[in-house]
Design a protein around this ligand. Structure first.
Ligand code: AMP
Length: 367
């Protein structure tokens, strides 16, 4: 077979020029005249802090130093009570116990394994409510839920399991705060190990409020926190606020609390004036003893059921300083400040989580 391309083996192949390295022409570096003209960017010395900024940082450092040398034991009063609930208890009975004792959470104890089984909080009841709302025919079943089935309820409604964080009471208070911030928990159980039995020993539960009050009472440098909130735009929440009116159905507010993982919703009138605050703990009154009918109420009707000793709503303005906020925490049992303008129109929300976060983490390098 021959063809135009077939080489004749008898004819010597024409000599190939020696292979040369392929040289790709170098792209000339583009030098803009500007490159020569602009002086090298000078290294700017850090802007010196203003006196008020320096004082603010000193205040924060004093609080952090204090929290590092105190333990959770130091926060506990000399005498206190601790109500623990067995995981075999019916959810409806647990509600009755919380309401009767005027508390909103309790550590759980698994008596089968003699171990600490996490903290029961309003979020658990909200999960049961959501389950009931999705399965209204299952009321009889909801009635039979025991505390140890709460994890199944979480799975059934597809929410993330609530982390069961705890801390040894002898750890620095600072570590307890960091753990609370990392898990977004508003309270943390103190769990020790019994020397003899090596078993869990639940000592108490400390809350954000207790810690911040302890700081407010003992650290006079909180008075150095003189910057007004308007100069601390990252402290508190000012945008995308979840709000409701007196006419909003309670169930809508519950969905807001879950969706945003928040513990309260300001209630506004038609002009945007703050008239009340619906708190997650208000739900416990509504589902007292396991009846769910009151969930059909609207916010206005639900708030009428609030106990007489409701401490009221705390407001502040963007002109307030954290020093005065700490003063209020020292004097009153407050969990959040609704930030309003001079006409009581809603501006933002400043909660204990925000205050704790700023107090511990402002200016800190991520670990
Ligand atoms: P809390 O769980 O209430 O401490 O709030 C957790 C975070 O959500 C904080 O950063 C609050 O400023 C923010 N927050 C609280 N309430 C609301 C609300 N109604 N709307 C939007 N954000 C909120």
């Amino acid at each position: 077979m021959s063809g135009p391309d077939a080489a004749d083996p008898s004819t010597p192949a024409p000599e190939k020029p020696p292979a040369k390295d392929v040289v790709i022409p170098q792209q000339p570096a583009i030098v803009a005249p500007r490159t020569f003209l602009e002086p090298a960017r000078p290294i700017m010395p850090p802007t010196p802090l203003s006196a008020i900024d320096r004082e603010q940082m000193e205040g924060l450092r004093s609080i952090r130093a204090f929290l590092k040398v105190r333990t959770s034991y130091d926060v506990l009063p000399l005498s206190y009570r601790l109500i623990m609930l067995d995981t075999a208890l019916l959810v409806s009975k647990s509600l009755k116990i919380l309401n009767q004792n005027g508390i909103v959470s309790a550590p759980l104890w698994d008596s089968k394994t003699s171990t600490f089984a996490g903290l029961l909080t309003t979020s658990d009841y909200i999960n049961v409510i959501q389950y009931y709302w999705q399965n209204p025919d299952a009321l009889a079943q909801v009635d039979q839920f025991r505390l140890d089935s709460l994890r199944d309820v979480e799975k059934a409604i597809g929410v993330m399991p609530i982390e069961t964080v705890s801390i040894h009471p002898e750890r620095p208070l600072y570590d307890a705060c960091r753990k609370m911030l990392a898990s977004r928990a508003r309270r943390i159980p103190l769990v020790d190990i019994d020397d003899e039995t090596r078993r869990h020993m639940v000592v108490s539960v400390i809350t954000q409020y207790r810690i911040l009050k302890f700081v407010a009472v003992n650290v006079k440098e909180t008075q150095k926190l003189r910057k007004p909130l308007r100069e601390l735009p990252d402290v508190g929440t000012y945008a995308n606020l979840a709000t409701a009116t007196m006419e909003t159905p309670v169930m809508d507010v519950i969905h807001m609390l879950v969706k945003k993982n928040i513990s309260s919703v300001p209630i506004l009138d038609k002009d945007g004036t703050v008239v009340n605050v619906f708190e997650a703990v208000d739900i416990l009154t509504l589902i007292k003893e396991g009846a769910y009918d009151d969930l059909k109420l609207n916010v206005g009707e639900a708030l009428l059921k609030r106990s007489e000793d409701f401490p009221g709503i705390y407001t502040c303005s963007v002109h307030d300083q954290l020093g005065t906020i700490y003063d209020t925490i020292r004097k009153s049992r407050v969990h959040r400040f609704i930030i309003v303008d001079e006409h009581r129109k809603l501006k933002g929300v400043l909660t204990l989580s925000d205050i704790l976060d700023y107090t511990l983490l402002e200016g800190e390098v991520d670990e």
